[in-house]
Design a protein around this ligand. Structure first.
Ligand SMILES: NC(=O)c1ccc[n+]([C@@H]2O[C@H](COP(=O)([O-])OP(=O)(O)OC[C@H]3O[C@@H](n4cnc5c(N)ncnc54)[C@H](O)[C@@H]3O)[C@@H](O)[C@H]2O)c1
Length: 385
C-alpha cells in the first residue's frame, strides 16, 4: 500500500426530510447566497424548503448555473458575492452547481484573474468562502470532496481544480430529492459513480486489500441497483443506496494509498467541452476503449475486476479480460448510454480535435503510469469510434 494522508472534514446529513436541518447547519449571522441551476429546484419545492429553513438570515439567490458550469456564468455570481458582502454559499443541485459554488468560493477571494484557479488546478487557492450543499443528483461525489470542474466557453476549455480549502462544510443528502430526476440523469449518475471507482481501482495492484474490496463493493452495488434505480424513481431504499454509493465513490476514501488513473476523465472533459456531451456519457465512451488499449499495464487488476465484480472465472487471461471489458460496455449500453463515438455522429475528425485540445491543455502524460501520451490517446479514441 502506498503512503497517504486522508482528511475529509465534510459533515454529511443523510436521510428523508433533512433539508430543514439547514436551520442549524448555516451560521445564524451568515449572509447567504443560494446558488442553483435551472427550474427543477424551484419546481420540486426544494428551493421553498431551503428558504424556509434559512429563516430570518440575509439571503440572496443566484440561479442559472448550467450543466458543466461556465466560468462566464460563475463570474456573475462572484460579482453578486462581492457586491452583497456574502460570507456563506449554499449550493442546491447536482455536481454542476456544487462545482460552480466551489469555484465561486475561491474566485470571490482571489486577487488575480480567477480563471488562473482552473489553469493552475487550484494550487493557487489561498482563501475560500465557506459553503454547504443540498444534493439533488447522485453522481459526482462533489458533495464530499474538494474538487470541481469549470468550463471556459470562449476557449472550449474544461479544467479541473482542487484545494484543501474547497471541501463543503456540510452536505444534505435526502434521497427523496432524486425522485424527480429524468431517467437519463439517473443513468448518468450510475455510470459516473462507476467510472469514479474504476479510476481509483483499475490500475495496478499495491496490496491495498480494503481499498480494493471497498471499490468492488461500490461497483457491485451499482450493478445490482441499476435496473431498479432507473425503473422506479420513488423507490426510497434504492435511491438511498445510489446516493451514498456515489458519494463514497469519490470522497477520497477508496483512493487513499492506491495509484489513480483519471485519463478517462481528462479525455472525457475534452469531449464535453467540444461537443457538449454529458460528463458521464463521455466516460462511457472512453473507458472501455482505454481498458482495451491499456490491458497490459492493467492486467492484474482487470483479471481481479472480472472475477470479483462480474464473476468471470473461465477462459484464458485474455479471454477473461475481454469478457470483463465486454460486460462493462454492456452495462453502460444497457442503461441507454452509448460507448461508441459514432452514436454521436463523431468520427476521425473528432479524434484529431480532441488530441489538439489535450495538447493545448498539457494532457500529454496521463494515466497511473503517465504513459498515455498523445499517440496512446489517439489509439484510445480510435478504439472508441
Ligand atoms: N467535483 C467532482 O468531483 C466531479 C466529479 C465528476 C463530475 N463533475 C462535474 O459535475 C458536472 C455534472 O454534474 P451532475 O452529473 O451532477 O449533473 P448536473 O449538476 O449537470 O445536472 C444535470 C441536470 O439535472 C438537473 N437536475 C438536478 N437535480 C435534479 C432533480 N432532483 N430533479 C430534476 N432535475 C434535476 C439539472 O438542472 C441539470 O439540468 C460536470 O461538469 C462534471 O464534470 C465533478
Amino acid at each position: 500500500m502506498n503512503n497517504f494522508d486522508f482528511h475529509n472534514p465534510t459533515k454529511i446529513v443523510f436521510g428523508a426530510d433533512t433539508v430543514g436541518k439547514l436551520s442549524t447547519l448555516v451560521p445564524n449571522d451568515a449572509r447567504v447566497l443560494i446558488l442553483f441551476g435551472g427550474a427543477s429546484a424551484e419546481k420540486t419545492g426544494t428551493m421553498a424548503e431551503v428558504r424556509t429553513a434559512l429563516g430570518e438570515r440575509t439571503v440572496r439567490e443566484f440561479g442559472g448555473i448550467e450543466p458543466n458550469p461556465s466560468y462566464e456564468t460563475l463570474m456573475r455570481a462572484v460579482h453578486v458575492v462581492r457586491e452583497e458582502k456574502i460570507d456563506f454559499l449554499l449550493a442546491v443541485g447536482g455536481g454542476s452547481v456544487i462545482d460552480g459554488t466551489k469555484f465561486v468560493a475561491a474566485a470571490a477571494l482571489y486577487d488575480g484573474e480567477p480563471w488562473e484557479i482552473a489553469q493552475q488546478g487550484g494550487a493557487n487557492v489561498q482563501r475560500a468562502l465557506p459553503f454547504g450543499s443540498v444534493l439533488t443528483l447522485p453522481a459526482t461525489g462533489s458533495e464530499m470532496n474538494n474538487g470541481g470542474v469549470v468550463t471556459h466557453k470562449a476557449t472550449q476549455s474544461k479544467l479541473a481544480f482542487r484545494s484543501a480549502l474547497l471541501f463543503p462544510a456540510f452536505s444534505i443528502l435526502d434521497p427523496r430529492k432524486t425522485f424527480t430526476l429524468p431517467t437519463n440523469q439517473v443513468a448518468n449518475g450510475l455510470v459516473d459513480a462507476f467510472v469514479h471507482t474504476t479510476e481509483q481501482y483499475l490500475t495496478y495492484p499495491v496490496n491495498a486489500k480494503v481499498q480494493d474490496r471497498f471499490a468492488e463493493g461500490l461497483l457491485q452495488t451499482l450493478v445490482e441497483i441499476a435496473p431498479q434505480a432507473v425503473a422506479t424513481p420513488d423507490d426510497y431504499e434504492t435511491r438511498a443506496n445510489l446516493m451514498w454509493t456515489a458519494t463514497l465513490a469519490l470522497n477520497g476514501l477508496i483512493g487513499a494509498g492506491v495509484p489513480q488513473d483519471w485519463a478517462t476523465h481528462m479525455i472525457g472533459h475534452e469531449l464535453t467541452a467540444l461537443y457538449d456531451i454529458d460528463h458521464a456519457r463521455t466516460l462511457a465512451l472512453v473507458l472501455p476503449a482505454l481498458l482495451d488499449v491499456q490491458r497490459e499495464q492493467k492486467r492484474g487488476k482487470l483479471l481481479q475486476f472480472g472475477e470479483r465484480v462480474w464473476g468471470i472465472t473461465d477462459g484464458t487471461d485474455d479471454e477473461r479480460i475481454d469478457a470483463a471489458i465486454a460486460r462493462t460496455r454492456a452495462f453502460f449500453e444497457g442503461l441507454g448510454i452509448p460507448t461508441r463515438l459514432s452514436a454521436y455522429q463523431l468520427g476521425e475528425e473528432a479524434v484529431e480535435a480532441v488530441l489538439k485540445q489535450l495538447q493545448t491543455h498539457g494532457m500529454t502524460a496521463l494515466g497511473e503510469h503517465r504513459d498515455i501520451d498523445l499517440a496512446r490517446s489517439r489509439k484510445i479514441l480510435q478504439a472508441a469510434l
